[in-house]
Ligand binder design. Structure first.
Ligand SMILES: *Cc1c(COP(=O)(O)O)cnc(C)c1O
Length: 329
């Protein structure tokens, strides 16, 4: 099937802008660094999940679903963007969130509540383990639930980033003028889509996914999950290509103490970019990915004559929820 034939519903403001980070690049005294602003996709503070949801929720509409279920961490950006999309499409939304109801509401959780979704607390099961039970419950109430996978990472979610790669190509006058694209990688569809899009465009810029979470997804490592997603989606698009480990550049050296534990390097990255450019990063994803890029520049893994695109994947509401962790600089 051709990408243009897949059902799609417009949710975001695309294409997102690209601009050069002149002062930030000068501060690091390395390569020229540009930024792709998926924090500006719209939909209740934006982020990369909007791209995936344009394909996933189009299928939900086709199937006449009347309620949407998804899962994530308490400060999940994916859940907040799903809640906003559901509101816009007039669908009921159920979020299965890790942890227990906190005494105070902030960041993404505050937005989830404003967006009118139903929140189910799942304790230590933050990857949707409780969803089947909820599906059954909603069905017995006569509803037609549709489950959006963890992080929006299935073949439809991948299509959002195949399209994003096409968007980048068209935006840059039918080329991809970067030696490297650096981004946060966590449930897999962003990286799988960029890999597949790059292969379809026959481009060879280097894609560097900075891993954010060291835990497995559906008993699979993130690396295996990315390759599986890329291969399944290639098949769906009748694109004859087999992705193997050698096609994958996933750097797991920056996960540090794990998902959502903010360290000095994330804090430094957030502060450096904010001071140099007035551009904000989030503590969980883009702060960590940018810390990775800064390290690549300092250790000369990326050289001064090269040109990097940092793909900002959003996540900004979490800044408020992690205020105490980000502030003690
Ligand atoms: C979900 C998310 C990512 C990771 O994207 P995946 O497709 O899940 O790998 C990166 N940054 C932010 C802000 C996110 O919310």
């Amino acid at each position: 099937m051709h990408l243009d034939q897949v059902a799609h519903v417009t949710l975001g403001f695309l294409p997102t802008p690209i601009h050069v980070l002149e002062q930030f690049s000068a501060t690091l005294a390395g390569p020229q660094i540009s930024i792709k602003r998926d924090d500006l996709t719209g939909l209740a503070f934006g982020g990369n999940k909007v791209r995936k949801l344009e394909y996933i929720l189009a299928q939900a509409l086709q199937e006449n679903a009347d309620c949407i279920i998804t899962a994530g961490a308490m400060q999940s950006n994916h859940c907040r963007q799903t809640a906003a999309a559901a509101a816009k499409l007039n669908l009921e939304c159920h979020l299965v969130l890790g942890g227990e109801a906190p005494p105070a509401t902030n960041g993404n959780l505050l937005l989830d509540q404003l967006l009118g979704c139903h929140i189910h607390w799942a304790g230590d099961k933050r990857k949707g383990e409780d969803i089947p039970e909820l599906v059954n419950k909603l069905k017995t109430l006569g509803k037609k639930p549709y489950v959006v996978p963890y992080g929006g990472s299935n073949e439809l979610g991948v299509l959002g980033f195949v399209q994003a790669m096409k968007e980048l190509y068209e935006q840059s006058n039918q080329c991809i003028p970067y030696s490297h694209i650096v981004f946060a990688s966590s449930s897999g569809a962003t990286q799988a889509g960029l890999m597949l899009g790059r292969a379809m465009l026959k481009n060879n810029c280097e894609l560097i996914g900075i891993a954010i979470d060291k835990e497995e997804i559906n008993q699979q490592s993130l690396a295996d999950n990315i390759l599986m997603l890329a291969n399944q989606t290639a098949l769906k698009l009748d694109f004859n290509y087999e992705f193997t480990r050698q096609h994958l550049n996933l750097d797991e050296n920056y996960v540090a103490a794990g998902y959502g534990v903010i360290g000095e390097s994330e804090k430094e990255a957030i502060k450096l970019l904010a001071d140099a450019e007035g551009v904000l990063l989030d503590p969980v994803y883009t702060g960590r990915a940018m810390a990775g890029l800064i390290d690549y520049v300092r250790t000369k893994k990326i050289k001064s004559h090269e040109h990097v695109l940092f793909w900002h994947t959003g996540g900004l509401p979490a800044l408020f929820a992690y205020a105490d962790d980000v502030l003690n600089l």
